[in-house]
Ligand binder design. Structure first.
Ligand SMILES: [Cu+2]
Length: 284
């Protein structure tokens, strides 16, 4: 998307956007990197749309900043005291005032369409949900529940620096029990909190939603095809250890997910059968 627009614009200033994309392409999938610039590489279609929209905004904002800077420099040089000793007394210019009001309105109007469409796409859970997972934010860790698989649940707690180094996981992001999801699957994520406000955020999935005590929020994960580990963090100030309740998501092939579920049910215990899910579906 960026490249195509760059060709269209044909402006050297847009190499800025190119440099950003290159840096991102070199960045590690699913986690922040030192000297990283821009957004994390997108892992699914939804995140790709956010990423593309960000690139368009970057071009628009760069053009506007350069235009305003150029205008300021021109005015400072052209109308400086020595070059323009007798200043103009003109105080109104209706066509110019109309232009600088209408053009920004048109730009904002143009941006609003893809922006609202994207907001809606993020917000509306599609009907083809294959799996539901519940994430509960707590001070200061996450609990994950699998209502489709017997409602087993487990806590996901950040590893200490030593444990993370030993496990080969990134510092402050690695957890003891990651959230496990199958690849190529549309997932509904129900989000709530057990104590105070938290927010579930995984940048590579284009997912960010508040976790509110007593309220069940919903967001969806568009299918992720690349297996691997993706990281996120709580994004709502929730207390002293706000920075220490990371989200680690392991994306595994579907078959591997099934065997993990069997193992997890044994380990964390099957609390209730999947009946409540069916009842909720029947009510609708
Ligand atoms: Cu939190």
């Amino acid at each position: 998307m960026t490249k195509r627009l760059m060709t269209l614009a044909g402006l050297t200033l847009l190499s800025l956007g190119g440099a950003t994309s290159q840096a991102i392409a070199q960045a590690l999938m699913g986690q922040p990197t030192p000297d990283g610039l821009g957004l994390q590489p997108p892992a699914n279609a939804l995140a790709q749309q956010l990423y593309d929209f960000h690139d368009i905004l970057l071009i628009i904002i760069t053009l506007i900043a350069l235009f305003v800077t150029g205008l300021l420099i021109y005015v400072m040089v052209r109308f400086r005291k020595s070059a323009n000793p007798t200043p103009s007394k003109v105080s109104h210019n209706v066509p110019l005032e109309l232009a600088w009001t209408i053009i920004p309105i048109l730009i904002l109007f143009g941006i609003s369409f893809p922006s609202i469409r994207l907001l809606y796409a993020q917000d509306q859970t599609p009907p083809n949900i294959e799996l539901t997972i519940k994430a509960i934010g707590k001070q200061w860790y996450w609990t994950y529940e699998y209502p489709d698989h017997g409602s087993f649940e487990f806590d996901s707690i950040m590893l200490t620096d030593e444990e993370a180094a030993e496990a080969g996981k990134p510092r402050l992001l690695g957890t003891d029990n990651p959230l496990v999801i199958p690849a190529d699957t549309t997932i509904r994520l129900q989000i709530t909190a057990g104590d105070v406000l938290h927010a579930f955020t995984v940048p590579a999935f284009g997912v960010k939603r508040d976790a509110v005590p007593g309220r069940l929020n919903e967001v969806w994960i568009s299918p992720v095809s690349q297996t691997g580990t993706y990281y996120g963090q709580c994004s709502e100030l929730c207390g002293t250890a706000h920075a220490y309740m990371p989200i680690e998501v392991k994306v595994v092939p579907k078959a591997e997910f099934e065997s993990w579920v069997t193992q997890a049910q044994e380990e964390y215990g099957e609390i209730t059968p999947a009946e409540p899910v069916k009842l909720a579906a029947a009510k609708r």
